[in-house]
Design a protein around this ligand. Structure first.
Ligand code: CA
Length: 433
């Protein structure tokens, strides 16, 4: 089916700023609460949010096989489960409805009144009910940096790393949308030089610059997904800040991997940008350094050119960009991750989320975590207000942004922005400043 929604020449009758992440070629999907306190599935063009439930009720999706209530839901799971053919039909139709030449909705003030919202009239929600969340570790620069710091610079990568998209099962219950503040967690750590652990607030709170992809129903128990089919089951991507407590992580991760250091919060951007919308920005992945087993061999351009950046904004100060990276640095592709995940027959469901792992680039200003940017705290990062950071301070806000740009068309993700609050105090119930 042609991806007519991607036509770079199409203009919308809705206003779109030149540098907007959301031109008519994007058409992401999200869930929002409207000014009337109704929850609905929607999309966004420029700074206008579009109620797809209302559009459907008004008959704008006529001819596309959709159940009546497909958009009148508080998650995208059922829509995603309808599969790629439906996503494409709906995205193509939305592009037609908002095409500058199409007067049907444009010329109907009554319809526009119930379909269109300003961004300040809505509240974005978590877009999917995430059943399972898996996190990979697929940036060779990140894995090399961490291996160099904590093990052996000469053998920074563990022997399996070039053969397996290494991953672990995370917690979906603490995945939250942009804007929700996060409390500094408490836990067990082993202070340097000590033999007995102590309990208290983590002192080393970090972000991890990641992207995550959302899947549709893919396979039954026992059935692996062949690599050439894997992308059919990927609905789209979000920006992902996988908050981490490095001191808790260091003490707890042997031998089974990350646990409470990761499960206290993971923040995502609220608009899911479809894999289809990213198609024009496909690029080569890094060349394999070792021959990969047959089931992981993928032909063609496996990655996407997505510019990523991270800012830290101290309380009452301007933000400072501390890292610029790119999704194309990923050594293992999303298709390889999904194929590997199902090679043992593990079922993947609609609304599952898979994190890329921290996306670090080759240069020190492109590292995707404070652990690497400050090199374990040895090289503090300077901020515009004159202060320095080794890790994240209470009341700092971490902002991640991402966009693709080519031939004058820009597709972006908006941002994932969340503030770190002090440890949870049941008597005080801290509010975000
Ligand atoms: Ca992670």
């Amino acid at each position: 089916m042609p991806l007519s929604a991607n036509n770079p020449d199409r203009k919308s009758w809705l206003h779109v700023d030149k540098n907007s992440d959301f031109p008519i070629q994007n058409i992401p999907f999200g869930v929002f609460l409207t000014r009337d306190d109704i929850i609905t599935i929607g999309t966004r063009i420029g700074d206008t949010a579009i109620d797809l439930g209302a559009l459907h009720q008004l008959g704008y999706f006529e001819g596309i096989p959709l159940t009546d209530d497909i958009f009148l839901q508080d998650t995208l799971n059922d829509f995603i489960a309808d599969g790629r053919k439906t996503w494409r039909l709906v995205r193509n139709r939305i592009a037609e409805i908002f095409d500058a030449e199409n007067k049907k909705l444009k010329g109907s003030p009554k319809h526009k009144e119930v379909v269109l919202f300003r961004l300040d009239e809505i509240e974005m929600q978590l877009p999917v009910q995430i059943g399972d969340y898996t996190d990979f570790y697929s940036s060779i620069e990140h894995a090399t940096n961490v291996g160099t710091m904590f093990r052996d610079p000469d053998n920074a990568l563990l022997p399996n790393w070039l053969h397996i998209p290494v991953g672990y099962h995370g917690r979906s219950s603490s995945v939250i949308p942009s804007g929700i503040p996060v409390h500094r967690p408490q836990g067990q750590t082993l202070p340097a030089g000590e033999t007995q652990p102590v309990f208290g607030p983590s002192k080393l709170i970090d972000f991890e610059l990641e992207m995550a992809f959302i899947t549709t129903d893919a396979n039954d128990l026992g059935e692996p997904i062949p690599i050439e089919e894997a992308e059919e089951y990927i609905f789209g991507l979000v920006l992902f800040n996988d908050w981490s407590a490095r001191d808790i992580q260091k003490w707890e991760y042997v031998p089974l991997g990350p646990f409470l250091a990761k499960s206290f919060a993971s923040s995502i951007s609220p608009w899911i940008v479809t894999l289809d919308a990213l198609e024009p920005y496909r690029v080569e992945s890094p060349k394999p350094l070792k021959k990969q087993l047959d089931y992981l061999q993928q032909k063609g351009k496996k990655s996407f050119d997505i510019n990523l950046e991270v800012s830290i904004q101290p309380e009452k100060a301007k933000e400072t960009i501390v890292s610029r990276s790119n999704f194309k640095y990923m050594y293992w592709s999303m298709a390889q991750q999904l194929t590997h995940h199902t090679i043992n027959g593990c079922p993947i469901n609609s609304g599952d989320m898979m994190g890329s792992g921290t996306i670090s680039g080759p240069t020190p200003d492109s590292y995707g975590s404070m652990l690497e940017l400050s090199w374990r705290g040895e090289k503090p990062v300077k901020l515009k207000d004159g202060s320095e950071r080794k890790f994240i301070n209470d009341y700092d806000t971490v902002i991640m942004r991402g966009h693709c740009e080519k031939d004058g068309t820009r597709i972006g993700f908006g941002e994932v922005k969340s503030q770190l609050l002090p440890i949870f105090n049941p008597k005080k119930k801290d509010k975000a400043h």
